[in-house]
Design a binder for this molecule. Structure first.
Ligand SMILES: [Ca+2]
Ligand SMILES: [Ca+2]
Length: 420
């Protein structure tokens, strides 16, 4: 399906930036420190991380924004931080993974819990590089390296084994830090756990396999299996998974509650609903990511999309596209009684990843208002660059996406016949 060449990657980046620019963040649960009060001017968020009582967002430009509890400096993002590809928020600290494989951490350290000794969770080991994933616990931090090994630090003075990575642990593809324990997912789908075990949170069930994602909480651990079901162990009821829960695509654990994102974009929750962590806003949908703090929960929500009718090669029924042609593909977004296609911003339109062609003079977009189907309503008629199409022989449909000048996201699709 994808046929992005290096030369086109800049366009792909632009496209995802446009799509993400409208994603919103919704937060609920404990708001004692303002951790559930999302900054009104925040836009462009592509990832979220809920910490103890603070919240962090990664933006599409690689910058990071944080809010909520800043008692230990955990919400004070270093001013020179850039090029971030992943974030994780711990109990009192924040960790960022940069695209060059290095790690930056701030906050935490001498919290009440750690005093008088610095827990060291923000003291990144010197020379650490080649990192592909990070996870922050209450007072410790985990890093996964590209060679499949795990590095852990912090918890000095509050060490209950959470940084004691089992000797020889390798072939790891994902890591997750619970409050005081750690778990790792191996390439073969099995799980290894270590650290505090007062409620059985590191007692991985015998024979557990086919695991896809990890969500350790306070005294429990939850995992997502490849078939979309969830299982767990330890804790005080958090491992009692709701009967029939399926089609789960992501999981997150608060201190006492669990959040499961379903493939339909809704969130299921269970546990004791401590301080409202499980008070999912009524009607919440379109969720693409979730993160759980101690007592608050954060969701990344995609904008609603309106389905519209399009016509590729108006008046042609075969809609044949010759990929090798140097030209453009004509496509119309059709107006209806309830939708004015001429309000779609030509700069936002993509067809199968291809942008609207620019006219040489004045760099104007090659779109015009034109009634292509003679129903008396002007449609938006555009030409997109054939060379940018992410289509290949065998594909039978092409998807058009766009945004109106008023901010309404639209999506339409039409049949195609692809000629190489
Ligand atoms: Ca057609
Ligand atoms: Ca029309």
């Amino acid at each position: 399906m994808k046929r992005i060449t290096a030369a086109l990657s800049i366009f792909a980046l632009c496209a995802s930036a446009q799509a993400n620019a409208a994603a919103t963040i919704v937060a609920w649960g404990d708001n004692t420190y303002g951790q559930a009060s999302v900054p009104a001017d925040l836009n462009g968020a592509t990832a979220i991380a809920a910490g103890g009582s603070h919240t962090v967002a990664l933006k599409n430009d690689g910058s990071v924004v944080a809010w909520g509890d800043n008692t230990w400096g955990q919400a004070t993002v270093p001013t020179d931080l850039a090029g971030v590809m992943a974030i994780s928020a711990g109990g009192f600290h924040t960790v960022a993974l940069r695209s060059n494989g290095t790690v930056v951490a701030w906050g935490g350290g001498t919290t009440t819990e750690c005093a008088p000794v610095n827990c060291g969770q923000s003291i990144v080991p010197a020379g650490l590089s080649g990192v592909t994933a990070i996870s922050a616990g209450r007072v410790h931090t985990l890093a996964l390296k590209s060679d499949g090994t795990v590095v852990a630090w912090g918890a000095t003075g509050y060490d209950v084994g959470q940084t004691s990575v089992p000797p020889g642990l390798s072939s790891v593809k994902a890591i997750a830090a619970g409050a005081y324990h750690s778990i790792a997912l191996k390439n073969d789908g099995t799980v290894v756990a270590w650290g505090w075990n007062d409620w059985g949170q590191t007692n991985v069930p015998d024979g557990l396999n086919a695991v896809r994602a990890l969500a350790p909480g306070f005294r429990f651990s939850i995992v997502l299996k490849s078939d979309g079901t969830v299982t767990g162990w330890g804790g005080e009821g958090q491992a009692d998974i709701p009967a029939g829960l399926s089609s789960v695509t992501a999981i997150a654990s608060n201190f006492y509650d669990v959040q499961a994102l379903k493939s339909d974009g809704t969130v299921a929750t269970w546990g004791i609903n401590a301080l409202g962590a499980g008070n999912t806003p009524p009607g919440l949908s379109g969720v693409t990511a979730i993160s759980a703090g101690w007592f608050h929960t954060v969701a990344l929500v995609a904008p609603p999309v309106t389905a519209v009718a399009i016509d590729i090669r108006p008046r042609s029924l075969s809609n044949t596209i010759h990929l090798q042609s140097q030209g453009a593909v004509r496509v119309a977004i059709l107006s209806s009684a309830s939708f004015d296609a001429t309000q779609v911003d030509p700069a936002s339109v993509t067809l199968a990843g291809a942008f609207v062609r620019l006219k040489a003079k004045g760099k104007k977009y090659a779109c015009s208002a034109h009634d292509v189907n003679s129903d008396g309503l002007a449609d938006l008629f555009c030409r997109v660059e054939t060379a940018q199409l992410e289509l290949e022989p065998g594909d039978t449909t092409a998807v058009l996406e766009g945004v109106t000048f008023g901010g309404q996201h639209v999506r339409g699709e039409d049949r195609v016949r692809i000629v190489p």
